[in-house]
Write a protein that binds this ligand. Structure first.
Ligand code: KG4
Ligand code: ZN
Length: 353
């Protein structure tokens, strides 16, 4: 379908099918306006765990096996027939190229067969759009904390489509740091949830260096913190001393999260907004959720957090960003291609198609 045709067919409350396949989750979801009608996820994480991380070829094959069933289940769980879908939104990047291609190719064929518009979604924009599903009344401006496996940033959302980048990681992303520290502690993949589990048994009593000395602004650096944790463990091992894994996990988790919360709240105050949102896998972390909630409450800020399952990869968030694109007339055509990387600056300013 041509972009013009798609544009003229816009409805106020469309039914959007979202498809996500950027990493190890094959996911499809249907939303009606901001209401989630269905949400299906098939994950190859348990297979990937055998290898200690995501093997791209295994991910691609798993997506190929699952995609048609996952989409069919999402449509049937939504209680609709395929012809009720108003647009097909698919993650086109960033992510594993082979994995993305499965979703993009399927979505193109599906949209073409249905003669419905296609929308290419930036995965990171999807994580940010998850908050709109948590509260139907949410409207910009607000400050949003992005904390995923690949990105960590504080953004000022001035509209549904425009973000200003206030600061972000200078090296590792928050999720990446969780995953790397988990490896050092011998915890299985995926690292983040396992650090959280382990931390629950320990106390945050290990002094770790101030990560952001002189860093100022809203920038972060996780590589120093990660090195401090590695040094702590190695020094103990060299001295033949034991250490409590749970205490290391709890101390790391506290150091990694506290700075995110502090800077997010500071950004909201500086920008004089009264709403804070967050998105990305690390936002599923209970300590982060509790700390951010407490600090927002203390500062009179309204916090809109996606449910945990909509923080990690899912297709409802892709449909949610698809809805924004739909309402703004941002459609793709059948030349849409997968992109392994998209600079974060594209999150702030992006036109697709
Ligand atoms: O947002 P996401 O799907 O990744 C990207 O799109 O890049 O999130 C995955 C990241 C992983 O690094 C994972 O360890 C982390 O989110 N994560 C967590 C938790 N659940 C997932 N980190 C800390 N605590 C959690 N509960
Ligand atoms: Zn993600």
């Amino acid at each position: 379908m041509s972009k013009e045709l798609a544009h003229s067919a816009q409805k106020k409350q469309p039914v959007i099918l979202g498809i996500e396949s950027s990493c190890d989750e094959t996911a499809a979801a249907v939303i009606f306006g901001r209401k989630i009608l269905s949400d299906v996820i098939s994950s190859s994480a348990s297979v990937q765990a055998l290898y200690g991380g995501v093997v791209p070829e295994i991910a691609s094959r798993a997506h190929l096996d699952a995609i048609d069933k996952v989409v069919a289940a999402a449509i049937s769980d939504a209680g609709i027939s395929a012809d009720k879908i108003d647009a097909v939104a698919v993650t086109y990047g960033a992510g594993l190229l082979g994995a993305l291609l499965v979703g993009v190719s399927f979505a193109k064929a599906f949209a073409y067969a249905l003669q419905k518009p296609l929308i290419g979604v930036n995965h990171i924009r999807g994580h940010l759009a998850a908050a709109y599903l948590a509260d139907e009344t949410l409207t910009p401006p607000f400050i949003t904390l992005l904390a995923s496996g690949g990105h960590t940033a504080i953004l000022y959302a001035q509209s549904e489509t425009e973000f200003t980048y206030l600061g972000g990681t200078k090296d590792d992303a928050a999720g990446e740091a969780f995953d790397k520290v988990a490896r050092v502690l011998g915890l299985p993949y995926p690292g983040g949830p396992n650090i959280q589990k382990c931390a629950a048994e320990g106390r945050a009593n290990i002094p770790l260096p101030q990560m952001f000395k002189g860093g100022g602004g809203y920038d972060f650096s996780y590589s120093g913190l990660k090195t401090a944790v590695i040094n702590y463990c190695h020094t103990k091992q060299q001295k033949g001393e034991t250490f409590a894994k749970a205490d290391v996990a709890a101390s790391f988790q506290k150091a990694a999260v506290d700075v995110l919360v502090k800077k997010t709240v500071a950004a909201a105050k500086e920008k004089r907004v009264n709403t804070v949102t967050a998105g990305g896998g690390v936002v599923a972390n209970d300590y982060l959720r509790q700390t951010l909630a407490a600090e927002c409450a203390k500062n009179g800020l309204r916090l809109v957090l996606p449910e945990k399952r909509y923080c990690t990869d899912n297709a409802a968030m892709i449909a949610s960003e698809g809805l924004i694109c739909y309402r703004h007339g941002i459609f793709a055509d059948l030349t849409l291609n997968a992109k392994a990387s998209i600079p974060l600056s594209f999150v702030a300013k992006e036109e697709i198609g």
